[in-house]
Design a protein around this ligand. Structure first.
Ligand SMILES: [Mg+2]
Length: 262
């Protein structure tokens, strides 16, 4: 079924010699499409940030303590989405969110979830293509700070990524496996046939989700690596010799790093 690279090139060359108007011409354009797609035949990890990689809740708790003048220890430590345990309604929640992003640089100052940057660096070094999908453009006329704070934060914490999708509809983002914490997004991704790992946190711990769960990045890393190894085995590719190491004979340039020949 699968052709070697040489065989594939031979097939493509053979088709190039056929007249373009005949059936083989159609096959050629199809093959061309397939060949272009090959370049993108990477194992893609679709990655949500808030609640999975960035500790959104803890930062919002600090900002809300300041905003409301309440001692932080009196605030419920694990409120649900919209923070009803802090007596916020959705209008107040959005007001707080806007203040946090625009006046306290929330997206630039959150702490990473424990172990996330390290796990993502190891997976990236092994050849996992990290594609971030985060819905952060929800405050009118504050897209520039939302985007620039996000990029600054990712670099500050050395989180490797190859694509950054600021998007609400995550099902529009192709990925082989997704790490996500919102029960609604998880259900929607699953409805589109996407393999999803639920990253457990206070916002979803009591939610019914059918996706497998990870309670920390040790578990999430293992889950993603297992799926990645299955993907490589299905393609007859060698496995990385150890976590954090590139597969044999593959020079995987890391984002923000020079290749060995540069
Ligand atoms: Mg999230």
């Amino acid at each position: 079924m699968s052709h070697s690279h040489h065989e594939r090139n031979t097939l493509i060359r053979r088709r190039v010699t056929q007249p373009k108007h005949c059936e083989a011409g159609l096959a050629l354009s199809y093959r061309k499409g397939a060949d272009v797609a090959d370049k993108f035949d990477k194992f893609v990890l679709g990655l949500d940030l808030d609640g999975c990689v960035a500790d959104f809740l803890q930062s919002m708790r600090e900002v809300f303590a300041e905003w409301s003048g309440q001692p932080i220890e009196t605030l419920h430590p694990s409120p649900r989405y919209g923070f009803p345990e802090w007596d916020l309604d959705m209008v107040q929640y959005r007001r707080l969110h806007r203040f946090a992003v625009t006046q306290r640089d929330l997206f630039a100052k959150m702490q990473p979830v424990a172990g996330a940057p390290q796990a993502l660096r190891r997976l990236s070094a092994e050849g996992v293509h990290i594609r971030i999908a985060t819905h952060r453009l929800f405050i009118p006329y504050f897209h520039e700070p939302a985007a620039s704070q996000t990029i600054r934060w990712l670099e500050l914490h050395g989180i490797p990524y190859r694509d950054l999708c600021l998007i609400e509809d995550k099902a529009a983002v192709r990925a082989d496996v997704f790490v996500e914490d919102s029960a609604g997004n998880i259900a929607r991704l699953q409805a589109h046939g996407v393999d999803v790992l639920c990253f457990t946190n206070p916002s979803n711990v009591s939610e019914q989700v059918t996706a497998p769960r990870a309670v920390n990045w040790t578990e999430a890393e293992e889950f993603v690596r297992e799926r990645y190894y299955q993907w490589r085995i299905a393609r007859g590719l060698q496995l990385p010799p150890a976590p954090g190491q590139a597969p044999p004979d593959e020079d995987i340039a890391q984002p923000n790093e020079l290749r060995s020949d540069e």
